[in-house]
Design a protein around this ligand. Sequence first.
Ligand code: SF4
Ligand code: SF4
Length: 336
Amino acid sequence: MIRKTVSFTRHAANVFFHLLTRCNLRCRHCYINPDQHGTQTLDIDTINRWLKLFADRHPSSNLILLGGEPTLHPDLAQAVKSARRSGYASVTIDTNGYLFHNILERVTPDEVDFFSFSLDGPRPEINDPLRGSGSFDACTRGIAAAKQHRFAVSLIYTVSRANIDYLKEMPPLLDRLGVDRFFIQVIGVRGQWAEDAGKRETLAQVDRETWLAVVPQVAEEAAGRGIPTIFPKVFLDPGEPFECAGMVADNYFIFPNGRVYRCPLCEDYPLHGLEIRDDQLVETPRINETDLFPLTIPEGCVMNRIIQPRNLPADDGGAPPFKIACCMLKEEISPS
Ligand code: SF4
Ligand code: SF4
């Protein structure tokens, strides 16, 4: 098995394009915040122009189409074809698995590199309380249908206190479903649920010891079954260098109201460094997220310190015993 840290790079831009914020599910930990991201569905002409805007700026970027639920968009297939014509190097569709508008019949595996499904438990009893009744069955059915249509499939499991105990049951399920790539994600304390103290408690991030005791082992087991597995670093080891992706990488998180963030942790606030106005990408007035990226603090990630300080214990002198990594720093374990 090969284990490596996946640093961010300037050589490959990643464009995360939320085509709409509407969704058929109401996941307890949904990160969409209509107050900040709007409620509109972009029309296909706007989508095409915005796709071209980023393709011209960064030829050969990786495109991730999301929502809300992107397959609710009636013109998703057209957006995919337009992205291919615009020269994106890869196209991924993130979905909750319901696959509306017959999307599997309207795009081909040459056009879509991955359908990426979200599932937060190995069984309905674990997944459905988090993502909604019937969502486990819908998602696994969606995966089977995508495989039948010969699409490559990845699966995202968002780890929180509510489901970490069941993560170890995932590798056999991934195997059975024929999943090609596994992403373990850490819950972000973002979205409207994060304002609810009770939910913050039950859904909060797991502590460092628990994360390190569970996540790398599960990743190894999945990789041992031939499934490359990617998970966020989250906690830096002592002495490991801290780097903010906002300073060194080209990631764009585009929302239908025209806001463009460079850092996903900023998405609950009007801190976006860029926005699309009249089909042009323009910088926003200061103060915005770009003012935060260069700040050097003992805790590592500045935005984490601001929005989720409770995942940082302090030693007797009040100093944090480790740094929180940039949320975009990943580790990957691949089959040898
Ligand atoms: S599927 Fe995604 S967009 Fe829809 S409710 Fe769940 S987290 Fe939110
Ligand atoms: S998560 Fe933290 S380190 Fe990463 S881009 Fe945002 S502010 Fe920078």
